[in-house]
Design a protein around this ligand. Structure first.
Ligand code: FRU
Length: 497
């Protein structure tokens, strides 16, 4: 296989830099780029006995640049091994970037990547225009060769009014009858976002089927990184809308958001009928989720643990590690009462060590023996004590200088997060809140901490809040507080390094 100069250069650069980043400057169970910048998860798939996770990648700097595909493999979805950069922007059709996409195993055993090629072309008037097309690459799990017939989907496949400049992020899957489908994001004539469905007999030659759904300029602008699958009797679209506006009666926040649409899908008519729209993750950093169907039938989702708005300004404090961008802890998805439930992959239990458990009546503030640390999986349950309570708080990643606060407000049944004192040195958002089920003062929070992150799973995964932290690892205190009385149960595991 002939490796282009651009790919060889990226591989040489990253192998040299990989060795220079100590393991102590990386999370323990979250994927980070080999070096430099990472955004969306790509090509999340199971291939030849391993999970493969590719990512949008610019090795040479801590900011977005001409997109490559970084690559890592894992057997447990938590501990990742970096493989050489899989693709570089090195052809006429993807020279401005190999944008997001997905992966699948072909019947002949090859791993096929389907991605967006971005090309900039000079126009007769001297201006430059971008074109996005869908392309393929075939490989053995380490080296990939771009398909000679690329692109396989371009402007000719778009419905009327669809923009060839905003046509990206193909997510491919195979149907039971052996045929293939993919969804891709497009900007329709109204300037919003849409999810297009395509069909192929062989995974290579594609036809447009239908527009599954669109924003109609109500749910943000361009919808990025769509995913589409059936789960527990519902059809689900996941997508990440750009330029959302917060509204008073929703949990949406401004900027790049993340939503899931539930509905039904009529495969004969190719029609998705939308029933509901909701936020996937309520935290400060969660974008561009992608799922895979594991061999054991689980629908597992990962996502970029970052927000576009907070990386336009250098938010990292001095001494932060030489990479930017992480993936969230992969989550098992299910549907309960029409709503998405997310739980950390069960593999996490294999990394549990050092169990500490307490069951105490709490009034005021308390620290519990052995409940501290920064790399952990902790479940906290509260129910009202004899005198009841209005607010219950957990302070973590805390010492005299730092703390991050999770607080439950009983009257409004909202959970808030405040990481103002977590080590950031820029004025990006540091607070979020979301409505949670009002269960008469009972609440369960599962909290995952790693060196640079905090993920919260509320009431068995009914809501999640995913956040980056830049708190020094020495700030490892945890305190609990309430303004009345609660019965508090805590079970904490350290996660093996
Ligand atoms: C989403 C996104 C995708 C695109 C990629 C480029 O974060 O904008 O739509 O393919 O990032 O890096």
């Amino acid at each position: 296989m002939n490796l282009s100069h651009t790919l060889q250069k990226a591989r040489a650069y990253e192998s040299h830099s990989l060795a220079a980043i100590p393991e102590t400057q990386r999370p323990v169970y979250h994927l980070t780029p080999a070096v430099g910048w990472m955004n969306d998860p790509n090509g999340f798939s199971w291939y030849q006995g391993k999970y493969h996770l590719f990512y949008q990648y610019y090795p040479y700097d801590l900011r977005w640049g001409p997109m490559h595909w970084g690559h890592a493999v894992s057997t447990d979805l938590l501990h990742w091994e970096h493989l050489p950069c899989a693709m570089a922007p090195d052809t006429s059709y993807d020279g401005a970037g190999c944008f997001s996409g997905s992966a699948i195993t072909m019947p002949d055993g090859r791993h096929m990547l389907m991605y967006t090629g971005v090309a900039r072309k000079e126009q007769p008037d001297g201006s430059w225009k971008e074109f996005q097309t869908q392309c393929l690459a075939f490989g053995d799990g380490e080296n990939y060769e771009k398909y000679a017939g690329n692109p396989v989907l371009d402007a000719r496949h778009l419905p009327e009014g669809g923009s060839p400049a905003d046509f990206r992020d193909p997510k491919i899957w195979q149907e039971e009858d052996g045929s293939y489908r993919c969804v891709a994001a497009n900007r329709p004539a109204d300037g919003g976002g849409s999810v297009l469905l395509f069909r192929s007999e062989d995974g290579i030659h594609w036809d447009f089927e239908t527009t599954l759904d669109q924003s109609r300029n109500q749910l943000g602008g361009m919808w990025e990184c769509p995913d589409f699958f059936l789960l527990d009797g519902k059809a689900l679209i996941l997508t990440s809308p750009m330029n959302m506006c917060a509204t008073k009666d929703t949990d949406f926040h401004n900027g790049n958001g993340n939503i899931y649409l539930t509905g039904s899908f009529d495969a004969v008519k190719g029609q998705f009928i939308r029933e509901s729209v909701a936020v996937i993750d309520h935290g400060l950093e969660f974008y561009a989720p992608q799922t895979l169907l594991a061999p054991d039938g689980r629908r597992i989702m990962t996502a970029w643990m970052q927000s576009w708005d907070s990386c336009t300004t250098p938010v990292r404090p001095a001494g932060a590690p030489p990479w930017l961008g992480q993936m969230v802890t992969p989550r098992e998805l299910s549907i309960k009462d029409g709503k998405l439930i997310q739980t950390p992959v069960r593999e996490l239990a294999n990394a549990h060590t050092g169990r500490v458990a307490h069951s105490v009546a709490l009034s005021g503030e308390a620290q519990l023996p052995g409940v501290e640390g920064r790399i952990l999986d902790m479940t906290v349950s509260v129910k009202p004590g004899t005198n009841g309570y209005d607010t219950f708080s957990i302070f973590l990643a805390a010492d005299g200088q730092y703390e991050t606060v999770i607080r439950y407000h009983r009257a409004s049944s909202t959970l808030s997060l405040d990481r103002t004192y977590s080590g950031f040195c820029r004025d990006v958002p540091h607070q979020r809140q979301c409505a949670v089920r009002d269960a008469e003062g009972q609440l369960t929070l599962r909290i995952l901490l790693d060196r640079y992150s905090l993920e919260i799973f509320v009431n068995g995964g009914e809501q999640t809040l995913t956040n980056v932290l830049y708190t020094p690892e020495t700030a490892e205190g945890i305190r609990f507080a309430c303004d009345g009385q609660v019965q508090l149960d805590v079970e904490k595991y350290t996660l093996a390094r």
